[in-house]
Design a protein around this ligand. Structure first.
Ligand code: SF4
Ligand code: SF4
Length: 280
């Protein structure tokens, strides 16, 4: 993202809009600037603010005149008064930032917007996680924090060393040059994203081992990690296998979502497995 210094009047409105805190007023030039290291190309500034087309020279003059009279001229808070944002044509590898950070842009590899995966939410039709298995979503980053691809790499290597299977319909997996080893393309490692998700599944017996592994890697990487656990319910509608393991590890469980299997089965291999309710 680029701010045109000829248009910017340094009103500061956009500094509150950027979820990564990447926009600042540079006192040396008296204009807003984007810290390109921290900018994740989410386009919240460009798309989230109304763009007015006031004359920048006139606005600066008015601001100075009002300042002289100890008054203020400030535009409405959700407006860039001079339409100073000018998105740049993104090329590889920077375009990866936008794919994972602008929720309106679908991922090429999966056709899904945002982080690019439906996760286990559609397990009733996708059958990603079967009976006897547990699916993990390892979610990195948040607005205000973000995540570097190189940190996702650390987690992917650790998981691959543990011999887990990465979900194929996931955009991070599609960026791996060596899926069994969990190795990501080298040219994207210095890209920062708002958020991304690694997905794996393992036999239920490995639940605790994988959670402890994620805890361990999380301590070494510079972001926040949220762990999602997906499993099939018993016929009673309750989940009685993974839940006790999670509670023993200190998690307090509440029922979040229950898919009830009303969808059409899209994974033919999974069709052979009984369709049970899925608890997340
Ligand atoms: S909102 Fe527009 S004019 Fe105001 S500081 Fe940001 S880029 Fe500059
Ligand atoms: S594109 Fe997003 S991260 Fe970059 S400056 Fe704009 S709001 Fe901030």
């Amino acid at each position: 993202m680029h701010i045109n210094p000829d248009k910017c009047v340094a009103c500061g409105n956009c500094t509150y809009v950027c979820p990564m805190g990447a926009i600042y007023i540079d006192p040396a030039i008296g204009r807003a600037k984007v810290n390109l290291d921290e900018c994740v190309e989410c386009y919240a500034c460009f798309n989230g603010m109304s763009q007015e087309h006031l004359n920048p020279t006139l606005v600066r003059l008015m601001r100075k005149a009002f300042q002289f009279m100890r008054l203020r001229f400030d535009p409405e808070p959700d407006v860039c008064p001079t339409a100073a944002f000018e998105p740049e044509e993104l090329t590889w590898p920077r375009v990866v930032r936008r794919a994972f950070s602008d929720p309106r842009v679908p991922h090429e590899s999966t056709g899904v917007e945002g982080r690019g995966t439906e996760e286990v939410k559609t397990n009733d039709v996708s059958g990603r996680v079967r009976a006897g298995e547990v699916g993990f979503t390892i979610e990195f980053g948040r607005p205000g924090v973000g995540v570097w691809m190189r940190d996702i790499q650390q987690m992917a290597w650790a998981l691959a060393d543990a011999g887990v299977a990465f979900e194929k319909r996931n955009p991070i997996t599609s960026l791996m040059t060596d899926v069994p080893r969990g190795t990501l393309r080298e040219d994207i490692l210095n890209e920062k994203l708002m958020s991304a998700i690694l997905e794996i599944k393992v036999p239920v017996a490995r639940t605790e081992e994988i959670i402890r592994l994620v805890w361990d890697v999380e301590k070494r990487i510079d972001t926040v990690v949220a762990l999602g656990v997906g499993a099939r319910c018993a016929d009673s509608g309750d989940e009685e296998v993974i839940a006790p393991i999670l509670e023993r590890l200190g998690y307090h469980l509440e029922r979040a979502k229950t898919n009830i299997g009303l969808g059409r089965v899209t994974n033919s291999a999974a069709a052979a497995a009984p369709l049970e309710a899925v608890k997340q």
